[in-house]
Structure formats: C-alpha cells, structure tokens
Design a protein around this ligand. Sequence first.
Ligand code: FMN
Length: 397
Amino acid sequence: MKSLTNKRILLGVSGSISAYKAPDIVRRLQDLGADVRVILTAGGSKFITELSLQSISRNKVHHNLWDKEAELSMGHIELAKWADCILIAPASANVISSIASGKASDLLNNVILASNAALIIAPAMNQQMYNSSALQANLALLKSRNVNIITPDSGTQACGDIGPGRLPESSDIAEQVATQFQTTQLSGKRIIITLGATLEAIDPVRFISNHSSGKMGMALVDTCIEMGAQVTCVYGNISIPLNDKATNIQTLSAQQMYECVLSQVHQCDLFIACAAVCDYSAKDPSDQKIKKNGENLILELIPNKDILADVCKLEKKPLCIGFAAETQNTLKNAQLKLKNKGCEAIILNDVSKTEIGFNSDENQVIFISQKQQENIAKNSKTKIAKNILEIFIKEFL
Ligand SMILES: Cc1cc2nc3c(=O)[nH]c(=O)nc-3n(C[C@H](O)[C@H](O)[C@H](O)COP(=O)(O)O)c2cc1C
C-alpha cells in the first residue's frame, strides 16, 4: 500500500457538484498518513460546508484571501510553504481556467502561484464541458507546466449525461497523490542513515546523551525510500516511529553505532551520518548504581570513535554526507568539518536556535560541499530532507 506519512496535503475544493465527496477524499488521504488542510473556493462552498471539511480534516478551513487575522502572518504564503503537495479535487472548469491563466483573484489561486509544491488536479464536470476545446486547451497547457492531471472517470453524470467528467473514487485520488511522491532518483542505491542520540552509560540507570529526537534523520530515511533507495536505518535513542520499509537496527552507545555502521558500510553507496553521536563516554561505567554520598563526583570521559571520519578513511568509501550541529562560529566549524572528515557534503544545523533543529518539526540548514554552499530556507524536516537530497543528487550522482 502507498503511503503519505508525514506529508502535508493542501486540498482545494472548488465548485463542482462532486464537491460533496471532498470529506471522503480528506479521509482517504489521512488513511495514508497525510496531514490535510483545506481551501474551499466560493463555488465549492455552495456544494459542501466549511464545517464538514473542518470536522473531518481537524484543521481550520481556509477560504478568504482577505482574512485579517490569517494575513497578519501572511497566511497565504504560509499555506503555500506548508504544502508538500496541492491537490484540487474536484477541480471546476472555472478554477482550471484561472490556474492556466495565472490569475491571483482568490486564496486558492494565490497559494498556487506562491507555492513550489507539486500540483495535482482532478477535473470534475459535465462531459460536454470536459470535452470543450477551451477546457482541453487549459488542461494541455497545465500538463506542459508539469501539473499532474487525474483523468476523470466516465459514466452517468449528476445531470443525466453519459461520458467523461466524473470525479474518480476518493481512494484512487489518494493513491495517485501518493504516487506523486514516489520517484526513481535513488533507485538501486543502498543507503545507510544514522539518526537519533547515542546514550553513554554512567551506571546501569544513568547515561550521558543529547536532545536529538531523530526527526531529521527519519525524514531522510522516508525521503530516500520514496526516491527508490534501499535504506538501512541505524538508530540510537529516538522519539518517533520507525519506517518499516527500511532495515532498522537499534544501537544505543556510540561504540555500538560505530561497530554497526562499519560492519554494514561496505555494502552501501551513500552514508548519511545524521545521528547526534556523543563525543565522549564514561571511561569506567559502574556495574552498580552509583550511590550519592554528599561528595563531588568526578567522572572521567574518554573520546568516542569518529564514525564519519573512519568511514571516509575506508579505501572503498561510499559517498558521505555529515551533519554539523553547531552553536557558534557555525559556518567556519562546518567548513572545517567538511575538510577534516573528507566527506562529500556537510549539512550545517544551527542548534542554538530553539525554533529549529533538535526536537523541532522544522529546520533550516546550509548545504556545504567543496563546490557550493546553499542555504535551505526554514521548512518542515520532510521538505529540508528532500532539498538536501536533490542538491546532493545533482552534484554527486
Ligand atoms: C448545480 C451546479 C452544478 C455545477 N457543477 C459543476 C461541475 O461539476 N463542474 C464544474 O466545473 N462546474 C460546475 N458548476 C459551475 C461552477 O460551480 C461555477 O463555474 C463556479 O463559478 C465555480 O466556482 P469555483 O471557481 O469556486 O470553482 C456547477 C454549477 C451549478 C449551479
């Protein structure tokens, strides 16, 4: 079964009689794991209520470009950036015509123009309207601009006509949206991704660790799988679900993660070191719980092995991407890391900013290689993962 896990789908519902099916489309998208927000056009609101769509999507329904509150934070731009994909289902002839002509007269059209997300439309209308030369010319134009058009079903229509123009089953629409995310850019590639935090035992109950949740690494796992790769996910302490399409191996300490990666890495084409591996571990972890005695406790720490550096030193090393979580001199430190480790790219993560980085659902990074330095603007970790991989694929694959 296809998946839309962690995908943000913006559903545009426009003025077709079949808009009554929109809540079911929301449901089917949610069944595949998507988070769905809805924009209801003026025409759409004549056929289905905002309340139904709000109740099913569990999100506020957007319909007004002139919403003062939403536009305090430039709501239409926020929605445009939020979406991984914009689906218009049903897409009325009127909406199709305004998209084709690049109109910005209502909220939906503005969001479409302001977004770089994939656009999918499901035309639904009377067969004569569907076959009209104007509509067909608009669809051909949109197709030439890489808009994905879902072919309508043929059959008896609401008006009694028989022919093409019926909205396909909601589950088929949801599946076609999921297909949009499946690409073949990493087809046949074997990738190891480390993620999460390592735990360094002090005694049987205490450990040294860090705040990494594993979200950025998991977004990379999901995206690599969508791009057709075979992924081994080597994870430490994480607070998110695993992707069951990956081979998942749990390792808790830095030493365990090191041994696991080094035993697997000879079989891989790309190694992505996204785990927050502790630099130090306790020299002599106690077998028993350390009791407090009112005295200061001195803990001797020893450096852990550097997984990325050692992978990069292998004679037959895979392509390597490292992450640099920095709090000061961020750019300089990341550039130094790129040079010292010998990897192809470093992703700089400024973890001093609390609204991004550790544990957050969003991130903002800089892709650094010998050839280029590219800022990836603040966005969901899913989108950041996609951007990182696209830049990497362009330069190295
Ligand atoms: C009862 C009724 C049913 C309609 N069904 C459709 C339809 O299935 N497809 C379509 O493209 N337009 C249909 N229309 C026309 C659109 O609703 C009209 O073009 C409207 O302006 C579209 O609004 P929108 O721009 O918000 O989509 C219908 C109109 C009425 C009155």
